[in-house]
Design a protein around this ligand. Structure first.
Ligand code: NI
Length: 185
């Protein structure tokens, strides 16, 4: 168990296509999960992906099980360890179209900054827990946003690459003066 260094944007290791995890329920994998969770909690993050600590594997952790101060009315995101994830965008229930929603995001690999980022409003995600048991959830809102952000790290995508309106990209201290910095994703 250890808090690991979080790589920052510009490091080429954040741009790789991460490798599939092939061996489940190993000491090595459980140690990696424990380091990811320790590092996420130490940084007060909403999620963390293995590439952010320099590990080239398809593994993300997210969720604290606590209400998020930015989305106080949203159900808390359960603490989740997700291996080899696959995301499927789902049509919204009103008109059957894929709906995108835009909201503020930050990233522990892009410290001090925030931007408005479009994401699918509703998704299904599948994958495995570290023991190899399947995970299959349909989620929306903040939960869906966090999963999309974290899984982007597994394909070398950082949220600034998703920004469309650069007039809404800036320093947290300027965008939200007087506030404690909201959590980074
Ligand atoms: Ni991030």
């Amino acid at each position: 168990m250890a808090v690991r260094e979080i790589l920052k944007m510009g490091d080429p290791r954040l741009l790789r296509l991460a490798q599939l995890v092939t061996d489940f329920d190993t000491d090595e994998l459980h140690l990696l999960v424990s380091d990811l969770l320790d590092t996420m909690h130490a940084a007060n993050g909403a999620g963390l992906a293995a590439p952010q600590i320099g590990v080239d594997l398809q593994l993300v952790v997210f969720g604290t099980g606590e209400p998020n101060p930015r989305y106080p009315e949203a159900p808390p995101v359960p603490r989740t360890v997700l291996v080899n994830p696959v995301i499927t965008p789902l049509p919204n229930l009103v008109d059957g179209n894929l709906l995108e929603v835009s909201d503020w995001e930050g990233c522990l690999s892009v410290p001090g900054l925030r931007a408005i980022v479009p994401r699918f409003e509703r998704i299904r995600y599948t994958g495995f827990d570290p023991f190899g048991d399947p995970i299959d959830r349909t989620v929306d809102g903040f939960h869906a946003r966090v999963v999309q952000h974290e899984c982007d790290h597994l394909i070398g995508m950082l949220y600034p690459m998703r920004v469309r309106d650069f007039s809404r990209f800036g320093f947290t201290s300027v965008l939200f003066p007087g506030l404690d910095a909201p959590e980074d994703d």
